[in-house]
Design a protein around this ligand. Structure first.
Ligand code: SME
Length: 160
């Protein structure tokens, strides 16, 4: 993090994301570049998106090891965040009932939904090899990033 505080690092990251998304309305392209920026800024084991396609989550742009492709509604941390329409922080994934282990190296996780007009469009998932990695600061700024992505989606699509 080059001597910056966690907050300063996030503020820089969000500024970079806003800059990169400016003028681009393609949602997948925006997810892909956002994923790259988060991955290289925060340095976690896995960073990626799952998009809601019909009745399940389908793997979208990600950085890190190969991951499971589809997750059912309410299943795993991702499916639960979709169901609850809210962020879930898991300090120890081995204690989370129904956790889906895509990588045996992951020990903690945060999942944040991207919500447009009260519908979950996708979730952002970050996995760490350390336990107790994510806190309310991560939640605050990652939710901000998901709001920016929701706005970028709304610029192109009219949701009915
Ligand atoms: N652990 C997630 C599955 C996705 S991977 O971590 C990339 C879950 O329980 O939903």
């Amino acid at each position: 993090m080059s001597g910056q505080t966690k907050e300063e690092n996030y503020i820089q990251l969000i500024s970079n994301i806003r800059g990169l998304l400016h003028g681009e309305s393609d949602f997948i392209a925006n997810l892909a570049n956002t994923c790259s920026l988060i991955y290289y800024s925060l340095g976690h084991h896995w960073v990626g998106f799952y998009r809601v396609i019909k009745d399940e989550l389908v793997l979208g742009p990600f950085h890190g090891p190969v991951a499971c492709t589809r997750i059912e509604f309410g299943k795993g941390v991702c499916g639960k965040a979709w169901e609850q329409k809210g962020t879930i922080i898991v300090n120890d994934v081995h204690q989370f009932p129904g956790h889906i282990a895509c990588s045996e190296l992951s020990n903690s996780e945060i999942v944040i939904p991207i919500i447009v007009k009260e519908k979950v469009l996708a979730v952002l998932d970050l996995d760490s090899v350390e336990f107790y990695t994510f806190d309310e600061i991560d939640q605050l700024y990652l939710e901000d990033i998901c709001r920016i992505l929701a706005e970028s989606y709304e610029r192109k699509f009219v949701i009915s």
